[in-house]
Structures are given as C-alpha cells and as structure tokens.
Design a protein around this ligand. Structure first.
Ligand code: PSU
Ligand code: MN
Length: 309
C-alpha cells in the first residue's frame, strides 16, 4: 500500500503488532522540547524500560529522514535528544512539511495520536496534554491536541495538563468536543506538577480493566475520538502549588515581553519553570511520565484481553 512507503516500523514494534501483543506509543516533543539534554535521553530510555518491565512494547514516534518512525533505536532517541529544540515540533499541521523537507520532526500529542492510530496502537503515554492557553479568548491559542482528541481513536495517559494553561477552559473544550476525561483513582483533574486542580471530573476509573472496558464500549459504539486518562502525579513527587503558580505568572509576563507566541509558548514555559525551580520541576516531570508509562502499559495489556481488540 502507498501509505506503507511513508512508515518505518521497527522490528520490535512490528513483531508485537504481528503477535497481537500490547504496545504503548510514546511522543518525542517531550524529548526535544520538554526536557534538557541529557535528562531527556535518560528519561526516554527509562520510559521505554518501564513499558517493557510492565510487559508491553514501547513505540517512540518521530519523523526522521522523511520517514514516520514507529519505534526508535537508542541511537535515534539520542539523536533527537541531542538535537533538542533544533528538531521541528511537529503537530498535525506540520507532518507533510517535515516529510517533504527531511528535517527531524518530533511529534506532539496530536501528531503522535495520528501516527499511533495509523499503526493500530490504541494506547499512548505522555506527560501532559496541550490545552486552551490562558487568554485564548483573545489569542485563539488552543492546542491542536484537543481537536485531535475529538477525532482520533487513541487513549492518552497523562498527568492532566500544566496550569500554564487555562485548565477550566480546557475541560470545557474537551466536553464540547465529546472527549471523555477519566480521572484515574481521582475525581479531580490533575494539574501536572500537582495532583489536584480544584476542577471536578464527572468520571473516575479505578483499574486498567475498567479503562479497557470503557474503551471497548466507546469504540464498539463507533463513538470516534480519543480518551484522556488523567493519572495524578504520585504525592511524594508533588510540587508546591503556590510556588509553581508564581513562576507561571512571571514566566507568562516575560513571554509577553519577549514576544514569544504560538507553538513556542509551551517549550518556553517548560524551560522557564524548570530554571526557576532549579531542576525540581524536572524531577517531578520525569517521575510523572514514568508513572504514566506504567499505567499505559497496564491498560494496553488489559485492552488486549478483549476479543475484539
Ligand atoms: N505539556 C507538557 N510537556 C510537553 C508538552 C506539553 O507539560 O512536552 C508538549 C506535548 O508534545 C504537547 C505539546 O502535545 O507540547 C503541546 O504544544 P502546543 O500547546 O503548542 O499545542
Ligand atoms: Mn498553540
């Protein structure tokens, strides 16, 4: 098929697909734009290991040398990690351009969902999803992740979203677009560094089997679109809410002064918070991603137990 000529599926991932084994898709913007080198490389490797230890196969996704790569080698992960922000942050809009120009494209939640769905991988783990930015009523800056969640059948395990965003508007947007947000053992939407945001969810799940059943029902009914599985950061790694909020306020005003806009906002804010907390936020970030990878693996395993999966 023509489509196949664009894809480069690693032998490990292809084997898992052939054997109908559980796979967890992993994004790469978090590697290039979400963390500094070398922690980004170490984390990406630890996340893959966490998925394997749990009994599933990791599939880290990026566009390299005009191929959509599903399952990266350690060398490829290191290349992406070292290139860092000189990789192109790649969302739905950017995929064809990066295929054309041959640059390294690191995939956001939206682009990773698209590619995971192409490869028939229904479960994906990340840190935090994009959302409605603060002030979006003026700027219209709403992450393409949210649109993607409304149309692509992939379950996204995340620690909620960062409060650099307007989390209340983010939940409203998801509701309008029919995207379920399942609190994993919580009734509150988690705020990335913090397990709580003060925003209540209507749906709580308590086990990987329950999530798998939810997915079977949704997709069995042909209710297209993704599902957010909001998995709070473990309490021992949680950050001080007031402190983070102060850094966010200062970061947002510095961002405005420097005229940073559009797709550069999220990477700028991640870097700003990390510098202000002197790496404390990075530690929390690494732990919550690992926590999400383990849960995603358990969900992928539970989902495979169903005959129709
Ligand atoms: N939020 C984080 N870490 C990240 C991202 C978001 O806490 O690394 C990345 C993800 O790849 C997400 C993207 O899909 O940023 C959203 O960017 P934007 O707001 O430009 O859509
Ligand atoms: Mn944006």
């Amino acid at each position: 098929m023509y489509m196949q000529s664009y894809l480069n599926i690693s032998s490990e991932v292809q084997h898992a697909l052939d054997q109908n084994q559980p796979i967890v898709a992993l994004e790469s913007t978090i590697i290039s734009h979400g963390m500094p080198y070398p922690q980004n490389f170490e984390t990406a490797c630890m996340v893959e290991k966490a998925v394997r230890d749990q009994g599933a196969t990791p599939a880290t996704i990026a566009i390299i040398d005009s191929k959509i790569c599903i399952g990266l080698s350690n060398e490829q992960i290191e290349r992406v990690a070292k290139e860092g922000i000189s990789c192109v942050k790649c969302s739905r809009r950017d995929i064809p351009e990066i295929m054309l120009n041959g640059k390294i494209g690191t995939t956001t939640v939206a682009a990773t969902m698209i590619i995971a769905a192409l490869a028939k991988i229904p479960v994906f783990a990340t840190g935090g999803i994009g959302g409605v930015h603060r002030g979006a009523e003026k700027t219209m800056d709403i992450s393409a992740d949210l649109q993607e969640l409304s149309m692509t059948n992939v379950a996204v395990v995340c620690a909620g979203a960062k409060s650099i965003l307007d989390l209340s508007m983010t939940l409203e947007y998801l509701e309008t677009n029919g995207v379920p947000v399942l609190g994993y053992k919580t009734s509150e939407f988690p705020a990335f560094f913090n397990s709580k945001s003060g925003l209540n969810l209507t749906q709580t799940v308590n086990s990987p089997d329950e999530v798998a059943n939810f997915l079977r029902i949704k997709w069995g009914l042909k209710l297209k679109g993704g599902v957010v599985i909001a998995n709070p950061i473990p309490s021992k790694y949680e950050a001080d809410y007031g402190l983070i909020e102060d850094h966010i306020k200062n970061g947002l005003s510095e961002m405005k002064e420097r005229g940073i806009m559009g797709k550069d906002i999220t990477p700028f804010m991640l870097d700003y918070i990390e510098k202000q907390t002197k790496g404390l936020s990075l530690k929390a970030n690494i732990q919550l991603v690992l926590n999400n990878a383990r849960l995603a693996a358990d969900i992928a395993i539970a989902y495979k137990k169903s005959p129709q999966a």
